[in-house]
Every structure is written in structure tokens, then in C-alpha cells.
Design a protein. Structure first.
Length: 275
């Protein structure tokens, strides 16, 4: 297996890894055991693929190949994945598994980018470009989910107003019931948040590997992390403090308005982000 075949396999691993993290986050928020099992089996499959690559490298190049920085990153990601699977299977500490695997995911992506950068061939820009493309696509998927969540939250507030004022009975019937609107809006937020987080991780790692100068204090970067923080607070108060209904819907609207400003206004102030 050539280095580029390895890298393509790494990209498949990263894709499955990110999907597993998304379902782990959903299970952590909603206590959904089906999501947990699906995430665990995805993670196990990722571990099997990583193990195949690891031991094929050991067979081809020798154990001491892991002493260099590139193989070290990959071995570190492999160990993190192994520990997280053990913790998940025996102890069921979901938050620990999610946080640990965010680190493992980051190390895996860094391993791909470092490998691509060290193998200075015509394929290097393609690999780095794939990571950038994944960053952009995942960001827009998250934005779309947040937009849908905002739409359902807005419908919730409208329905709440109509029911309270006892107006527009036909419109009330067409909008749907409050509980369903609130639940769909929340679920969309739950899925969008880890996807945006993964997108930000890919973007930061890409910026460090590419020639572009990266600034932690860049307006768009800071704004994106603030967006993650706001939506995380919404999820926290909804799950832990059991606050539902109109207050959560209003928070959702505010969060989306900040996201919209982050995309349109802060992009113009960004050092390397463009519209």
C-alpha cells in the first residue's frame, strides 16, 4: 500500500470517526442507547482500520518507524481510540469518551496533514485541499441545521403567540403542536453543534499546515467558537436545568442571529476567511 493509498484510507477513517463523535454527542445529550451502540460500533470499526494500517506499517517499515513525528501522531491517535473503547465498554462514561475522542480525532487529522506535508509531491495540495473542503462542507451543513433549528424555534414562538391570543385557528393547525416544534428545533441543534466543532478542528489544523498565516484572534475564528459556546449553553440549560419552551426558543433565535452576523459581518474583518 503506497503512502497515498494510506492517506486515502486515513480520510475514510476520519469521516467515520467524525460520524461516531456526532452520535456520541447525541447520546450524551439525549441518553439514546441506540445512538450509543451505533457510535460504539463505528468507533470499533475505525479502531480496526487504524490497527490494520498501524501493523501494516510495522510489517513494511519496522516498529521503529513509529519513533518519527508522523508515525508518533498516528500511534498516539490509535492509543487514544483504544482507551476510549475500553472506557466506553466497561465504564460507560460517555462525556469522557466524547472529549478523549475529540483529541484523538484531532491527532488523526494532524497525522494526515503532517504526512501530506512531509511527502512534498503533486498530491500534497490535493490532500490539504481535501481537509479544507471537508472543513467548508461541514461548516455549511452545521449552518443549515442551525437555520432549520431557528425556523422551528420561530414557528414555536409564533404558535405560542397565536395560542395565547386565540387567533388564526386555521394557521395554528397548520403550524403543528408546540412540543413537536420545540423537540425538532432542539434535535437539529444537537446534531449541528458537534458537526461545527469538527469543522473548526479541521479548519484550525488545515491553517497550521497550509501556508496561510493563522490567527487565534481572527474575528471569524473567535466568532465561530463563540457560536459553539452559545449553542452549547442552550443544550446545557435544556438538558441539565430542564428549561424548555419559550425561553429556549428565544435563546435559539438569538444564537442564530449571532451566527448570521458571524458569517456575514465578521467574515469581512477576518484575516484569511472570505465570503
Amino acid at each position: 500500500m503506497t503512502i497515498w493509498e494510506h492517506i486515502r484510507l486515513y480520510e475514510i477513517i476520519v469521516l467515520l470517526y467524525g460520524l461516531s463523535l456526532t452520535f456520541y454527542f447525541y447520546d450524551f445529550v439525549e441518553r439514546n442507547r441506540k445512538a450509543n451502540r451505533f457510535a460504539f460500533w463505528l468507533l470499533l470499526f475505525v479502531f480496526i482500520l487504524q490497527t490494520i494500517v498501524l501493523f501494516s506499517n510495522i510489517y513494511l517499515y519496522g516498529f521503529f518507524a513509529m519513533l518519527n513525528a508522523i508515525e508518533g501522531l498516528y500511534f498516539y491517535a490509535w492509543l487514544i481510540l483504544l482507551v476510549s473503547i475500553v472506557v466506553n465498554y466497561f465504564f460507560k462514561i460517555d462525556l469522557v469518551v466524547f472529549i478523549v475522542n475529540i483529541i484523538g480525532f484531532s491527532m488523526m487529522v494532524m497525522s494526515i496533514l503532517t504526512t501530506a506535508s512531509s511527502e512534498a509531491t503533486s498530491m500534497t495540495p490535493v490532500i490539504i485541499g481535501d481537509i479544507l473542503l471537508a472543513h467548508i462542507v461541514l461548516a455549511f451543513i452545521a449552518y443549515t441545521l442551525y437555520t432549520l433549528s431557528f425556523a422551528f424555534a420561530t414557528l414555536y414562538l409564533l404558535q405560542f403567540y397565536l395560542l395565547k391570543r386565540k387567533r388564526w385557528r386555521e394557521l395554528v393547525k397548520r403550524i403543528g403542536n408546540l412540543a413537536q416544534l420545540e423537540k425538532v428545533s432542539f434535535y437539529l441543534t444537537v446534531f449541528a453543534t458537534p458537526i461545527l466543532l469538527i469543522s473548526l478542528i479541521l479548519g484550525v489544523l488545515w491553517a497550521y499546515t497550509a501556508d496561510d498565516l493563522f490567527y487565534w484572534i481572527d474575528a471569524k475564528t473567535v466568532g465561530s467558537f463563540v457560536v459553539i459556546g452559545i449553542y452549547s449553553i442552550i443544550i446545557y440549560i435544556r438538558v441539565r436545568q430542564k428549561i424548555i419552551g419559550k425561553k429556549i426558543a428565544k435563546w435559539n433565535v438569538i444564537a442564530f442571529l449571532f451566527l448570521f452576523c458571524n458569517y456575514l459581518i465578521l467574515s469581512m474583518l477576518s484575516n484569511f476567511h472570505g465570503l
